[in-house]
Design a protein around this ligand. Structure first.
Ligand SMILES: Nc1ncnc2c1ncn2[C@@H]1O[C@H](COP(=O)(O)OP(=O)(O)OP(=O)(O)O)[C@@H](O)[C@H]1O
Ligand SMILES: [Mg+2]
Length: 324
């Protein structure tokens, strides 16, 4: 659900990050980062280890002051009105600690009391609701220390949802979850956005996010590289070319040598029983290339076009940044 500003008619941003910079001494972890996350979205933040995701989240959630820059949550300045902001957000840190000496329902009830969520009965009912949301009702009486990793993640998510936050910041919530638990997480997040919340969720594994996000952004070395839908991000990262897999009956090395001199072809190489190469030409040029390949006596069994997977593009981006 997206909300429009009745005066301007524009979709309002739940999170507005402007020119944010975070330094740890001499080291810049987040660099000139500007991003708007629209209300009601599940918005993904993808980046490799050390990209700056957790640093960014700590600033958004008011746990750390930036070197400079501005963050607005639901229009409220995070550093000017920290008290209000903490009521708006629910933050699930990566590796969130859980107490060992409380039962699961007690852990949630303790936090519900800290949030001031009403009298005993009201509070208990909210605790049970959140346990049910993350499918943890059967474990309500278990000791927290007896939970598996995935169950612990869910208990922490339930805790994060208790006070019905309008903006949820979740740092790697899917790490350690099996496919079924990831599906449950996705459903729980969708239910939250249907109820009007906005979710900003990070992962270094794109597949995890692609399953659950409507839009996403990519960061590396502290910088925002791209944002939008998966296709828009792919385009912004400059990966619109295609990879072609030619399956030949023999003469692979000769084919690689022959392809090396052809227009639009780059980086031809052998891969098992196939020859792989990048191709930047149009459809006509591709048809001509196929004809010439056959015309030159290569026995072509199949000619398949594939776009790089998103994961491959990200690896390429991370490697390029590492080298520069
Ligand atoms: N307290 C700190 N002091 C100094 N450097 C830090 C500190 N916290 C993080 N960094 C550095 O800032 C960079 C970004 O770290 P951050 O934890 O934000 O990355 P991340 O994207 O969350 O990585 P991961 O996927 O591993 O969780 C890293 O190079 C890290 O070493
Ligand atoms: Mg992190």
């Amino acid at each position: 659900m997206t909300t429009s500003d009745p005066l301007s008619g524009h979709t309002r941003s739940a999170i507005d990050i402007r020119c944010l910079r975070v330094d740890y001494g001499e080291f810049t972890a987040v660099d000139d980062f500007t991003l708007s996350v629209p209300q009601g979205e599940i918005f993904g933040l993808v980046g490799p280890n050390g990209a700056g995701k957790t640093s960014l989240f700590k600033v958004i959630t008011s746990l750390m002051e930036p070197t400079y820059g501005e963050v607005l949550l639901d229009g409220v300045d995070v550093f000017e009105d920290t008290e209000s902001v903490r009521r708006i957000i629910g933050y699930m840190p990566d590796l969130a600690p859980v107490p060992t000496d409380l039962r699961v329902w007690e852990f949630l009830d303790f936090h519900a009391a800290a949030y001031g969520l009403g009298s005993g009965a009201q509070r208990r009912s909210r605790v049970e609701e959140c346990l049910a949301e993350v499918d943890l009702t059967p474990q309500r009486n278990s000791w927290c220390k007896a939970l598996s990793r995935g169950q612990t993640q869910r208990a922490v998510l339930a805790k994060t949802m208790l006070h019905r936050p309008r903006v949820l910041i979740l740092d790697e919530p899917a790490s350690g979850l099996d496919p079924l638990a990831r599906r449950d997480l996705r459903n729980a997040l969708r239910a939250l956005t249907r109820a009007g919340a906005t979710v900003f969720v990070s992962s270094h594994i794109l597949g995890e996010l692609a399953e659950m996000c409507s839009s996403l952004c990519v960061m590396n070395c502290g910088q925002l590289l791209a944002s939008g839908t998966a296709d828009q991000v792919r385009h912004q990262l400059g990966n619109t070319g295609r990879t072609i897999v030619a399956s030949l009956l023999g003469r692979h090395e000769e084919a690689v040598a022959w392809l090396t001199g052809q227009s639009w072809v780059h980086d031809p190489r052998m891969n098992g029983g196939h020859v792989l190469f990048g191709f930047d030409g149009g459809d006509d040029a591709q048809a001509n290339l196929m004809e010439s390949l056959i015309g030159n006596g290569f026995r072509l069994r199949a000619f398949e076009e594939k776009r790089s997977s998103f994961e491959e593009i990200l690896v390429e981006v991370a490697e390029t940044n590492r080298q520069t």
